[in-house]
Write a protein that binds this ligand. Structure first.
Ligand code: ATP
Length: 196
């Protein structure tokens, strides 16, 4: 069983691309969702997060995401520590999940991959890209968020140029039908590479 990492900046189309792989029968693990679930259900995670960010991190036994976000946003050391609490738990959960899948490879979709060396745990990596302005427009449409907030989140992520150097494959997600075709082609290429 091979692991293919799939990443990309906000609004690049990671989930859209993951959906196309899924249509081809590829099992997809969404690390960000798993991370959220672990924050909600793991007592160890809860205790560690409270120790790091304070009692206010949890309200009525549930993580207070806006509070946690404001604590770690632009605070690199704290964000790193928070990730160090969650990521190993996600990895363990992923390993168990992957062992149950019956497919030549699985996709590990994560907003943060290269930033924490996650590519080293993948056999291959795929980066989804699109120009910043297009990503902003997509997110304005999807989330009804405001431009400033989107730009602040984008600026906190690694640039595509930096990630492109580390990725094995890049999918430029502009026209949706072209993206779907690129996914199909890449799927067959991966199958050839894996079974070679
Ligand atoms: P995030 O990291 O913010 O969750 P993402 O990288 O997973 O974002 P998606 O949710 O797949 O991105 O895409 C963002 C929005 O853009 C969605 O509403 C999606 O439907 C739309 N979208 C994705 N790809 C395209 C495309 N090629 N053309 C037009 N719209 C697109």
């Amino acid at each position: 069983m091979k692991t293919i990492g799939l990443t990309g900046g906000i609004g690049s189309g990671k989930s859209t691309v993951a959906g196309f792989f899924q249509e081809l029968g590829v099992p997809v693990y969404i690390a960000d969702e798993a991370g959220k679930e672990i924050m909600e259900t793991s007592e160890t995670a809860k205790a560690e997060i409270i120790a790091l960010l304070g009692e206010k991190s949890y309200q009525n036994n549930a993580p207070d995401r806006p509070y946690i976000a404001t604590k770690v946003f632009n605070h690199h050391a704290l964000l790193k520590k928070l990730n160090a609490i969650i990521h190993p738990k996600v990895r363990e959960h992923f390993k168990t999940w992957a062992a149950e899948q019956k497919a030549p490879y699985v996709l590990y979709e994560a907003a943060i991959l290269f930033e924490n060396g996650g590519e080293k745990k993948c056999d291959f990596t795929i980066l989804v890209t699109a120009p910043k302005e297009i990503r902003i427009e997509r997110l304005l449409k999807r989330d009804r968020s405001d431009r400033q907030k989107i730009e602040a989140r984008m600026n906190a992520q690694w640039s595509d140029e930096k990630k492109r150097k580390l990725a094995d494959f890049t999918i430029e997600n502009l026209d949706i039908e072209t993206t779907k075709q690129s996914v199909r082609q890449l799927h067959h290429k991966l199958l050839r590479l894996i079974t070679a």
